[in-house]
Design a protein around this ligand. Structure first.
Ligand code: PMP
Length: 297
């Protein structure tokens, strides 16, 4: 395999040399933000939306990114080209930067900006055929009035605890409830339920990240004639749904066939979920930032 190049503060460096200081506040305190982005056939899926979310996260935590959105677009594009990546995953990280041991970010003079582009370790194709079992975990979603779930911060400890709980219970993914006990989302994905013609996902105010994939599925669902709703729902609603699936940049549209031991529908990925997955996979190829396609070898 050819060398992997990482974008690090204005330069491309080999993977082994891509290092930042242990005094980086991203490392010391989780002080920073990130995005996970997908490339399909050389097209970056909804890059603008990802970058808008990144800049909004930055604004929210008073982190000044020293590049315009257009410049950041070019940095991502160049990282893809350097790595000859036609299908893969981009991780864009902006940390507060190197400072001293104090909490005050004033000692951090410039953020560390990293872009990693690599072949994706995809979820096994099997999962999409069989669906996956999930559970609800005891770990609750961070309260929106404490740290907004819309800030895609480097502090993912809560989400990591969810994943640990899930793995301990023998499943790959889990649902988090919000502080009121309504369903919020998965550890790294949004959740949808289908009941009749209704396609329902929790509102962002319930603690759900406004996922780029979630938005795409809501658009596709509306175009296909589903009654798309952002509504609060409970675990009971999940148990008695016709179909359940998770959405995310990595997961795409992942069918869920069992929740807390309750079999969903007939225990196999449902027709609606399969249809939405197929439509999503068609969309990602045609709806990408095509400008990169002919530049990527
Ligand atoms: N929720 C959380 C907590 C996430 O980390 C992600 C992944 N970014 C998502 C939902 C799904 O968002 P997207 O579709 O933009 O990947």
């Amino acid at each position: 395999m050819s060398e992997q190049w990482i974008y690090l503060n204005g330069k491309f460096v080999p993977k082994q040399e891509a290092k930042v200081s242990v005094y980086d506040h991203g490392y010391l305190y989780g002080d920073g933000i990130f995005e996970g982005i997908r490339v399909y056939s050389g097209n970056v899926f909804r890059l603008k939306e990802h970058l808008v979310r990144l800049y909004e996260s930055a604004k929210s935590i008073l982190l000044d990114i020293p590049y315009s959105l257009a410049e950041m677009t070019e940095i991502v594009a160049e990282t893809i080209r350097r790595n000859h990546l036609s299908d893969g995953y981009i991780r864009l990280v902006v940390s507060r930067g190197e400072g001293n041991l104090g909490l005050d970010p004033a000692s951090c003079l410039r953020p560390n900006i990293v872009v990693i582009a690599e072949q994706l370790a995809l979820f096994p194709a099997e999962y999409y055929k069989t669906g996956i079992p999930i559970i609800t975990v005891a770990t609750r979603r961070n309260r929106p009035d404490v740290l907004s779930p819309q800030v895609k911060s480097l502090n993912y400890l809560n989400n990591i605890l969810v994943r640990i709980e899930a793995k301990l219970a023998g499943v790959q993914e889990a649902l988090m409830l919000n502080e009121q006990g309504y369903v919020a989302e998965g550890s790294g994905d949004n959740v949808f339920i289908i009941k009749g013609n209704r396609l329902i996902t929790p509102p962002s105010s319930a603690g759900a990240l406004e996922g780029i994939t979630r938005n795409a599925i809501m658009e596709i669902g509306a175009a296909l004639g589903y009654d798309v709703r952002e509504e609060l729902f409970t675990r009971h609603d999940v148990y008695v749904a016709d179909e359940v699936f998770l959405t995310g940049t990595a997961a795409e549209v992942m069918p869920v066939t069992k929740v807390d031991g309750r079999v969903i529908g007939d225990g196999a990925p449902g027709v609606h979920t399969n249809r939405l997955l197929a439509e999503f996979r068609a969309l990602v190829v045609k709806d990408g930032e095509k400008i990169y396609a002919d530049k990527v070898s």
